[in-house]
Design a binder for this molecule. Structure first.
Ligand SMILES: C[S@@+](CC[C@H](N)C(=O)[O-])C[C@H]1O[C@@H](n2cnc3c(N)ncnc32)[C@H](O)[C@@H]1O
Length: 315
């Protein structure tokens, strides 16, 4: 329970998430209660009890608070700058949870910036890849922080078409938002994950619709995708193809930006995925499964699947 002073200090601030800070008192978040929060739904199937967890781009800390409530042994929240620090502290007090906050600046080179934490069993990388000039540079920095066999949720905007492309937000045609640069085609996201030794094992897709005029582009099959990936080694034929295998060994960018020594030295995580998922060895093709009805989440009724956090929520 927080004090009236703590409540008053933040209740009228701008909030990204809708957070119940005292019984019945909920901040006014940026999204509607019916907008799905796919990474939250995907994280529900990850057994975080006793696990070391990292969240990237945490805003007020909804995901870190849930990581803590799910029994994580350690939770590290991050953001470019501490722009939500005061709200995050009040949220922590209201929910009786503890987690660290680490200011990371731009999301590049995280294996260097976060090296003192060692490895994580679970990493959430959601809502950030479309915000950066170079998504590959980000993945190369994050991947070495994941323990072997660890789980990473990667969520970003995609376009449902069969090629391997990134579409640039030319003249703000995808979104007027000023920090939005790239949407991946679905096969491109799939390929990129595998390039960084992440096998997609489950995912959800929220098509952009008229409901949200900020990201709906008539005629463009875009949407938000959240993918649970299992960290894999290059065993059992898990390399995407021969070119990627050579590229990983020889390209200046991969060698220079993806700390392979750190990646290889990570201990093995015991983290369990409890969702239906896919047989894990080869994972599943995002494009082949995107039309499955149970993967398409356009709106939600249950607030626990949205960006609304309530005092009783455990996941
Ligand atoms: C759209 S919010 C997503 C918040 C949260 N991860 C989620 O999925 O609900 C983007 C987050 O990334 C951070 N961010 C955006 N661009 C960034 C950049 N270039 N470098 C570092 N952080 C960035 C923002 O401060 C914010 O925390």
């Amino acid at each position: 329970m927080i004090s009236q002073e703590q409540l008053a200090s933040v209740i009228n601030d701008w909030w990204y998430y809708s957070v119940e800070l005292a019984p019945g008192v909920v901040t006014k978040g940026a999204d509607t209660p019916r907008t799905p929060m796919l990474p939250r739904m995907m994280m529900r199937n990850c057994d975080l009890a006793g696990m070391a967890c990292l969240d990237i781009g945490s805003m007020e800390g909804l995901i870190p608070a849930l990581m803590a409530r799910k029994g994580a042994s350690r939770v590290v929240a991050t953001d470019a700058i501490p722009h939500c620090a005061k709200k995050m502290d009040v949220l922590k007090a209201a929910y009786g949870v503890q987690f660290d906050f680490h200011q990371i600046g731009l999301i590049y080179d995280l294996s260097t910036k976060l090296a003192p934490y060692g490895g994580f069993d679970f990493i959430n990388l959601s809502g950030v890849l479309y915000h950066v000039f170079s998504p590959m540079h980000v993945l190369a920095g994050v991947r070495p922080l994941l323990k072997k066999n660890g789980l990473m949720v990667v969520s970003t905007n995609v376009i449902k078409r069969g090629d391997h492309t990134l579409t640039f937000n030319h003249q703000g045609s995808l979104q007027r938002e000023l920090n939005t640069f790239w949407y991946h085609s679905v096969p491109m996201l799939d390929y990129l994950l595998r390039t960084f030794k992440l096998v997609p094992i489950d995912f959800l897709f929220c098509p952009h619709t008229e409901v949200n005029p900020n990201n709906f582009v008539p005629g463009l099959p875009s949407g938000y995708m959240s993918v649970v990936c299992r960290a894999t080694d290059d065993v059992d034929g898990n390399e995407p193809d021969a070119w990627t295998a050579h590229m990983r060994r020889a390209s200046w960018e991969y060698i220079g930006l993806c700390n392979n020594a750190m990646l290889d030295a990570q201990p093995v995580s015991q983290i369990r995925y409890t969702g239906a998922g896919a047989p894990e060895a080869r994972g599943l093709s995002l494009m082949e499964h995107i039309d499955e009805p149970h993967r398409i989440v356009a709106t939600v009724d249950d607030p626990q699947n949205s960006q609304t956090l309530r005092l009783g929520d455990l996941s």
